[in-house]
Design a protein around this ligand. Structure first.
Ligand SMILES: C[S@@+](CC[C@H](N)C(=O)[O-])C[C@H]1O[C@@H](n2cnc3c(N)ncnc32)[C@H](O)[C@@H]1O
Length: 342
């Protein structure tokens, strides 16, 4: 098969060359780069073709459910409940306004700066990926759920966005060359995998030496109120969830949030100390946490990627118990940021 002019235009629209250069054939060494052909990407070594499914390059061959039953169940769940909902954010301007007024995403964009290559693992419908392509950044969003990726590509095409691109992949078998991204993010994802520790090791390898790694997880302590609400929501209804009560007016958006929070087939809970262990195992230096660890320099840090001290076990425990009164209201996600040594 030869590449046609139309195919090369399609792929350039779907993929900036800087992101295409980071891809490789799934399950193969980094030397197996991919080149665009009509309707897919071809392994330049073996000639194997990986097709586009509904305009989404699929680099996840085979049935995930057959290879890994738990991951298959999670994917089925997100195919039925693509997260997060685009309700009210169909125009890019609306999405930028929301991202800029959200302290976390605004600080993240500021810390990342300009002209960076960013990988978002488990991008869902791609809202954060789209937002981070501001500042001339190029962002690759990968996820295993096609229904979510379709919405990400739809938003990209509707708004003519050129610096974000999307691909179907499994985090445990990333079709990405090692050491290629300035920033690797996985926010609200690894706790929906059967083995978050192994998933973390898989994503870290994709950061350049000296690159940033940021992981957002459900907290072991702050998630307890959600667990209690999950047992009561059948009786009292969706309004016992503070986010639905205070922030989500649209019923479809609320239904997706409730499904994600309370009916998820697989979730695990994690602590700051556990993530610090993952960092050591993978040669990642701790930089900061969000929310900050109490009594540490993180509380006065000027930027999300500033190097701060992680405190001691007691400070971290008090911090996480304190989160019962703060992030517990909105899903109990905490983020830890580090720098890959090298
Ligand atoms: C709660 S959503 C988070 C989406 C987005 N990061 C956000 O914060 O809005 C979790 C996402 O992780 C994805 N995911 C879970 N396990 C995965 C895996 N093994 N490989 C790729 N994606 C995965 C799901 O498909 C889903 O889109």
């Amino acid at each position: 098969m030869t590449m046609t002019a139309a195919a090369s235009t399609d792929i350039r629209e779907a993929f900036p060359p800087s992101l295409l250069a980071c891809l490789k054939a799934p399950g193969k060494p980094d030397s197996h780069g991919l080149e665009p052909i009509e309707g897919g990407l071809r392994d330049n070594f073996t000639g194997n073709v990986y097709p586009f499914l509904d305009s989404v390059p699929s680099l996840m061959p085979g049935s995930i459910g057959e290879r890994d039953a738990k991951t298959g169940v999670v994917r089925d769940f997100y195919e039925a409940n693509p997260f997060p909902s685009y309700e009210g954010l169909e125009e890019f301007g609306e999405l930028v306004a929301k991202g800029s007024s959200n302290p976390f995403s605004a600080q993240l964009l500021e810390a990342i700066g300009y002209n960076k290559l960013i990988l978002e693992c488990g991008c869902g419908t791609g809202q954060l990926s789209h937002f981070l392509q501001l500042n001339n950044n190029h962002v690759l969003g990968v996820d295993m759920t096609l229904a979510s990726l379709r919405l990400a590509v739809e938003h990209k095409q509707r708004n003519g966005l050129r610096r974000s691109a999307f691909c179907q992949m499994n985090i445990f078998d990333l079709a990405i060359r090692d050491g290629t991204f300035d920033v690797v993010i996985s926010h609200g994802v690894l706790h929906h995998t059967p083995d978050a520790r192994t998933a973390f090791a898989s994503i870290v390898r994709k950061a350049k030496p000296g690159g940033i790694v940021m992981v957002g997880l459900y907290n072991r302590y702050a998630r307890i109120p959600t667990w209690i609400r999950a047992h009561l929501i059948g009786i009292f209804g969706a309004r016992i969830d503070p986010v639905v009560r205070e922030r989500i007016a649209d019923p479809r958006k609320a239904a997706i949030w409730i499904a994600d929070q309370y009916r998820n087939p697989l979730e695990t809970w994690h602590s700051l100390d556990e993530v610090l262990e993952w960092f050591e195992e993978n040669d990642v230096e701790y930089l900061n946490a969000s929310p900050a660890i109490l009594g540490t320099s993180g509380e006065t840090a000027k930027g999300l990627f500033e190097r701060t001290d992680p405190g001691n076990r007691y400070q971290r425990l008090v911090t996480q118990l304190g989160w019962l009164g703060s992030i517990a209201r909105e899903g109990a996600l905490f983020d830890v940021i580090g720098r890959r040594r090298g």
